[in-house]
Design a protein around this ligand. Structure first.
Ligand SMILES: Cc1ncc(COP(=O)(O)O)c(C=O)c1O
Length: 456
């Protein structure tokens, strides 16, 4: 038995041996179509020559230099490129680099608190408001604000008790709308107004920030709100002088068919967190993009200018060179615009999966698609937890040479509810996209038969 601490020590995993474009190969020569960019990270597929060349070029110059001693050209250029992508309101802002999504979320949480300390002197603010059915990362800080009961439960007594509000989740709207998703703007805004009610309950002077995924990824499967929900959230944060942090670790950098998912609602947060697609899986890299408002107190006369925080590998030159090459590739190939142009076709192919009666809902933004499974379409009852429907689908997909990203445990806090995310590389060819949906349909036909056997 290997010494490698696998995700699940009782499962076996194929050993990866190669990859090219949207295809990944194991040591037995079996090929898998990457229908979820690994974990919605390998956004440009595998083996992109320009990215490889940029990494090797940087490796030849200098791989590592610590940010307490040096800054590096790729870090400077990537920071500028991210500020430009974030748009006019971020001009004059700053970018803090880290290695993974969780690290970046932790950075954003600390930066938000440090902002108030710098601006107001010692701050009493200690609360972060977030949403149920969210995923923000796996360390204690990020897990405290994560709204995924199953991931929190084993560590519950060690987490900080932070307020969570309801998500905007049209398919399971509290109004009971069905069998499809609720399209009521009033319902959606009522969820946003929970933020204001919570702020008033705890006192705005005690709140540091509101943090949310503009489109919920791992914890719900590509769920966004109806109507001007994000505008309302932005207004509430501004009205109560609370920072708005957009966790775009999964949705940022083109995944949702825009630079950042919140651009779809024309809303600008105070802080944007990115990871996953930033270096597209080539190396670990994440970042916090801070608006000028957040940076200003650190530049004031009375401030020391220091943000009391840091990682050894922050701003790693090799990682930043990869991130820069990813952005340059996307600009050169018009990748984000092409996702936007192909989004409707992707959505209608996902919609076709409704032909299977165990599919309750499908939703998508750009190339981020979610398929939610139900035992009963009319009542939206989820499958029994023990069935592990999400695993059943993901495992069958792997058998059939397709990768999809499974998630579960979002209904009623009891571990019920299953979905898979379909999120191919943003530059997937039309032919590979066809193959993806042919295979997905085959997988679902196989699942249909398995369910028939369970039901009879
Ligand atoms: C929205 C969001 N935030 C944070 C994270 C944590 O990122 P990482 O797994 O890179 O630490 C994830 C990972 O899935 C995520 O989707």
């Amino acid at each position: 038995m290997s010494s490698f601490f696998a995700r699940n020590l009782k499962r076996s995993y194929p050993t990866v041996s190669g990859a090219s474009g949207a295809w990944v190969e194991d040591e037995d020569g079996k090929k898998y179509l990457d229908g979820c960019s690994g974990a919605v990270a390998a956004n440009l597929g595998h083996g992109v020559a320009e990215i490889k060349a940029a990494i090797i070029d940087q490796l030849d110059r200098v791989a590592f230099a610590h940010t307490s001693q040096f800054i590096s050209e790729p870090a400077l250029l990537l920071a500028d490129a991210l500020i430009e992508l974030a748009g006019k309101s971020f001009k004059g802002g700053k970018v803090y680099f880290s290695s993974g999504g969780t690290e970046a979320v932790e950075t954003a949480l600390k930066l938000a608190r440090a902002f108030y300390c710098e601006r107001d002197g010692v701050s009493t603010r200690s609360l972060y408001i977030s949403r149920w059915n969210s995923y923000h990362g796996s360390t204690f800080g990020a897990l405290s604000i994560t709204g995924h009961p199953a991931r929190r439960k084993p560590y519950y007594s060690l987490l900080r008790d932070q307020p969570h509000i309801s998500p905007a989740y049209p398919y399971r709207c509290p109004c009971g709308f069905g069998p499809g998703p609720c399209s009521s703007v009033d319902c959606s805004l009522a969820r946003a107004d929970e933020l204001e009610a919570t702020i008033l309950r705890v006192g705005p002077e005690n709140v540091v920030a509101f943090i949310a995924e503009p489109i919920v990824g791992a914890a719900l499967g590509a769920v966004g709100p109806v109507g001007p929900y994000w505008q309302r959230i932005g207004e509430i944060c501004t009205r109560h002088d609370i920072l708005f942090i957009a966790d775009e670790v999964m949705t940022g950098l083109g995944r949702a068919g825009a630079n950042f998912a919140l651009d779809r609602w024309a809303v600008k947060p105070d802080i944007i967190v990115v990871g996953k697609g930033l270096a597209a899986g080539y190396v670990p890299l994440s970042a916090v993009i801070a608006s000028p408002k957040v940076v200003a107190p650190f530049l004031s006369e009375k401030s020391s200018g220091a943000f009391e925080h840091g990682f050894t590998y922050s701003g790693h030159p090799l990682a930043c060179a990869a991130g820069l090459a990813v952005i340059e590739y996307m600009k050169k190939h018009g990748t984000i615009a092409s996702v936007a142009a192909r989004e409707a076709a992707f959505q209608s192919r996902l919609q076709a999966m409704m032909q299977f009666d165990f599919v309750g809902d499908v939703r998508s933004y750009g190339f981020l698609g979610g398929i939610e499974f139900v035992a009963d379409r009319k009542t939206k009852k989820p499958f029994p937890v023990e069935l592990k429907m999400h695993r059943l689908v993901a495992d069958q997909s792997m058998k059939d040479g397709l990768m999809v990203y499974p998630g579960a445990g979002f209904v009623d806090g009891g571990g019920g509810g299953d979905h898979v995310i379909v999120a191919p590389p943003l530059n997937i060819s039309d032919q590979d996209m066809d193959t993806l949906f042919v295979r997905l349909t085959q997988v679902f036909s196989g699942i249909s038969k398995q369910l028939m056997a369970v039901r009879t």
